[in-house]
Design a protein around this ligand. Structure first.
Ligand code: SIN
Length: 347
């Protein structure tokens, strides 16, 4: 009888401990990465095309570190920079096939799928990054985000590279007319193509990772990019003239394949979103700081002639680029242009 009572108590305690352990496990990630089987661990392969010394490159590494730490290794983000895994033009298909789980392409490159996004490429659409962030968070910006769903894409946020500048090896670019006849590398975006065509330049779509060689071989005379991208690939070493024009925004959408996103447990989705919010703020500040640093370095190096457009000159450039806005409106409607911060007071 004593042993029966003991056995019953022992079984009750055992059940209690089992229930306790199971309920604790629901929200707490396993603490030892080594003990996780490959199936238990969630691996997110994050591919991008720029160097690790750029705002995007550094933010990707920070994001991966934070996620690893906060999930106790349950979620691992493997970052592949510099197009080592997939190059421009390959990474989107790789994401949609499910070969990789995350990319952060320049918004200009998304315009081949969703051309309305090329509103972000319009010259002098935004004065600064704050205006960009406000626009993207507005109803109109969110409706652009929604358009990605039809392509099985889920956007988790926006990172900045900064504002683009012109460089070339033929002549200083001080007026819009100076672009006439120049062969300029662009990202794949019809609006960027139009931006150069209307001023008599010849736009050439070239993958980011081959720009250096194309400039070196003389296949193009110049290019437009942010200072962090230009210096990360040492493009300025091949160019004689830089115009600080800040004429266009270059930023990224953090994208996952929708199916993959939906397959993630809810707590992992929350962890990714919350961490990205934090990293996004950090990345925006980093992009601003690095851009200022790179400009100082270029001014000090005496390796390229720099021309700074004045505010009055920028206004002239903006007017000269008006036909690009007409091109956009005719092809994709006025809605996205009317919602730009600079047009807000008129509506
Ligand atoms: C990037 O910043 O991801 C590359 C942009 C470009 O192709 O110029």
């Amino acid at each position: 009888m004593w042993s029966n009572r003991f056995a019953r108590s022992f079984v009750s305690v055992l059940i209690f401990i089992t229930i306790l352990l199971v309920s604790c496990q629901e929200d707490v990630y396993p603490t030892d990465n080594e003990q996780l089987s490959h199936e238990e661990q969630i691996v997110i392969r994050f591919s991008h095309v720029v160097g690790e010394n750029t705002p995007k490159g550094m933010a990707a590494v920070k994001f991966a570190e934070l996620i690893k730490e906060r999930s106790n290794g349950h979620v691992e983000i493997q970052v592949f920079p510099n197009g080592v895994l997939y190059k421009d033009g390959e990474e989107m298909n790789a994401l949609l096939r499910g070969d990789i789980q995350m990319i952060a392409p320049a918004i200009s490159k998304i315009t081949t799928l969703v051309p309305e996004w090329s509103v972000m490429d319009l010259p002098y659409a935004f004065k600064n990054a704050d205006e960009v962030h406000t626009y993207v968070n507005s109803d109109v910006g969110q409706s652009l985000m929604t358009k990605l769903n039809a392509h099985n894409l889920f956007s988790m946020g926006v990172w900045d590279s900064g504002f683009k500048q012109f460089s070339n090896s033929i002549r200083p670019i001080e007026t819009v007319q100076d672009l006439n006849g120049l062969r300029m590398r662009i990202m794949p975006s019809d609006v960027l193509s139009e931006q150069f065509s209307i001023v008599g330049a010849y736009p050439k779509r070239i993958d980011f990772n081959t720009v250096f060689h194309q400039l070196q071989r003389g296949n193009v005379d110049g290019q437009e990019n942010t200072l962090t991208n230009i210096t990360s690939k040492n493009l300025h070493s091949l160019q004689d003239y830089l115009t600080v024009s800040n004429h266009g925004y270059l930023g990224y959408l953090l994208l996952m394949n929708h199916e993959f996103w939906n397959s993630l447990p809810e707590d992992v989705q929350t962890l990714l979103i919350e961490t990205l919010k934090e990293v996004q703020e950090w990345e925006w500040q980093l992009a601003e700081n690095l851009t200022a640093e790179r400009l100082e370095e270029m001014e000090a190096c005496d390796c390229i002639k720099i021309y700074n457009l004045s505010d009055e000159e920028k206004e002239e450039w903006e007017s000269a680029f008006e036909p690009v806005y007409r091109y956009y409106a005719e092809n994709y409607g006025k809605k996205y242009i009317q919602a730009l911060p600079k047009n807000q007071s008129q509506h």
